[in-house]
Design a protein around this ligand. Structure first.
Ligand SMILES: O=c1[nH]c(NC[C@H](O)[C@H](O)[C@H](O)CO)c([N+](=O)[O-])c(=O)[nH]1
Length: 164
């Protein structure tokens, strides 16, 4: 295991044969698209076949819990993990706080209720720059780090743990 930016990744994660659902929002789409790309590339780099990655989109972060639950429960072939991706950027009202809290509590509940690991792939940013940096699109001296890479690894690790 090595320690990088607070993420402890496990060496040797093998995702071959795992089926992963990705649900992403359309709000702040350029950042979301970079996060989805980082997630898919990392899943495939760890052996998850492209045919085993299903990608669906919803309007915003508030829709992520319902859509994740609905898609997990209606799947003809069960998923081994779900990665729910969105980008919340603080505006001038309290809207951000309410959505961030509802979405994080909701996604936690979906994982526990469906017994399928749901990875919290929602960036809760105070500024646009924070969002770009956490998608590896940093516009300053550093490009930042694409958190989709971490979410993909967490999904594989949790799916394997859940398989027992
Ligand atoms: O995904 C987001 N949804 C946002 N709002 C929409 C919300 O997620 C729902 O789609 C909407 O409230 C309808 O349910 C955001 N802001 O309001 O700022 C945001 O930054 N990101």
């Amino acid at each position: 295991e090595h320690f990088e930016k607070g993420v402890v990744t496990k060496a040797g994660l093998n995702g071959t044969g795992l089926r992963v659902l990705i649900v992403h929002t359309r709000w702040n789409l350029p950042v979301v698209e970079a996060l989805v790309k980082g997630t898919v590339n990392t899943l495939q780099a760890h052996g998850v076949e492209a045919t085993n990655i299903v990608i669906k989109d919803v309007p915003g972060a508030y829709e992520l819990p319902f859509a994740s639950q609905s898609l997990l429960q209606s799947a003809k072939v069960p998923f081994d993990a779900c990665i729910s991706i969105g980008v919340l950027i603080k505006g001038s009202t309290m809207h951000f706080e309410y959505i961030a809290d509802a979405t994080s509590q909701g996604l936690m509940r979906v994982g526990l209720d469906t017994r399928i690991p749901v990875i919290f792939g929602v960036l809760t940013c105070l500024t646009e720059d924070q969002a770009f940096e956490r998608a590896g699109l940093g516009r300053g001296p550093s490009k930042g780090h694409n958190h989709g890479e971490d979410w993909a690894q967490a999904a594989i690790e949790m799916a394997l743990l859940n398989r027992g």
